[in-house]
Write a new protein. Structure first.
Length: 254
């Protein structure tokens, strides 16, 4: 009879990997969804990482964001998929990294659901898609895309939105903001036709296709080739063009 030490260990079901080092420990939700919620069952692949208000994604993934009462991360899929995603908390930033280089990713894209009470920053490095379909309220929100990622907010309410693209990423935002600052370096499209901004500033270095809605003031700076559609007929317009820019005044928003 083989000794017990020779038998293979039977470990727990695979789960997303929590990176070691300075990263905060991620608590595995094996029973209730949160403390005090015994009736709520945690989905497979769920973590309670601790408090965060920023998310950084490196690689290829589909990330769905919901603003909710507590922080949670769910990596969906089978055990192999969950094992392929590294999740760690550094300070107040949740870092998500699918294994392998995003440039050579050939398998199924990981599906990840993120919930947080507050959101101040979203950073995408690679080809991840970020979708916030439900309402999101923020004071100052910065979205940065480096690569070919996409970011979408369907119902955003923010005092200030900074949206920066370096590469070939795209953005689509609907909702309301006091101030929109959009910066494009590369080749990108930004659809803010349904984002009512009191004041909007657009800077394009490269090739941009931009749609904005501004009610009080609008300023744009273009070095390259750009097409800009503006709704809202803002009374104050400031322009600086070194290249080719087509700017269309679409009039008041119906």
């Amino acid at each position: 009879m083989a000794a017990a030490a020779d038998r293979p260990a039977r470990g727990p079901a695979a789960r997303p990997r929590a990176a070691p080092g300075r990263a905060a420990a991620l608590a595995w939700l094996a029973g209730g969804l949160f403390a005090g919620g015994a009736a709520a069952q945690a989905p497979a692949g769920a973590f309670a990482p601790g408090e965060f208000d920023a998310v950084a994604i490196s690689g290829v993934a589909d990330v769905r964001f919901t603003q909710g009462p507590a922080e949670q991360v769910v990596v969906e899929g089978d055990e192999a998929t969950r094992q392929s995603v590294t999740v760690e908390l550094r300070g107040r930033t949740l870092q998500i990294r699918p294994s392998g280089s995003w440039r050579f990713w050939s398998g199924q894209r990981p599906q990840i659901a993120v919930t947080a009470r507050q959101l101040t920053r979203v950073s995408i490095s690679g080809a991840a898609d970020w979708v916030a379909a439900s309402p999101v309220e923020a004071d100052r929100l910065t979205v940065s895309i480096a690569g070919s990622g996409n970011a979408r907010f369907d119902q955003l309410q923010a005092r200030q939105l900074n949206f920066n693209v370096s590469g070939a990423g795209d953005g689509r935002v609907a909702g309301r903001t006091d101030e929109l600052s959009l910066s494009i370096a590369g080749r990108s499209a930004f659809d803010g036709e349904q984002l009512r901004a009191a004041r909007a500033r657009v800077s394009v270095s490269g090739i941009g296709n931009v749609k904005v809605w501004a009610t009080e003031s609008f300023g744009y700076s273009v070095a390259g080739v750009s097409t800009i559609d503006v709704w809202g007929s803002p009374p104050q317009v400031r322009r600086s063009v070194a290249g080719q820019a087509e700017v269309h005044d679409r009039g008041p928003k119906p």
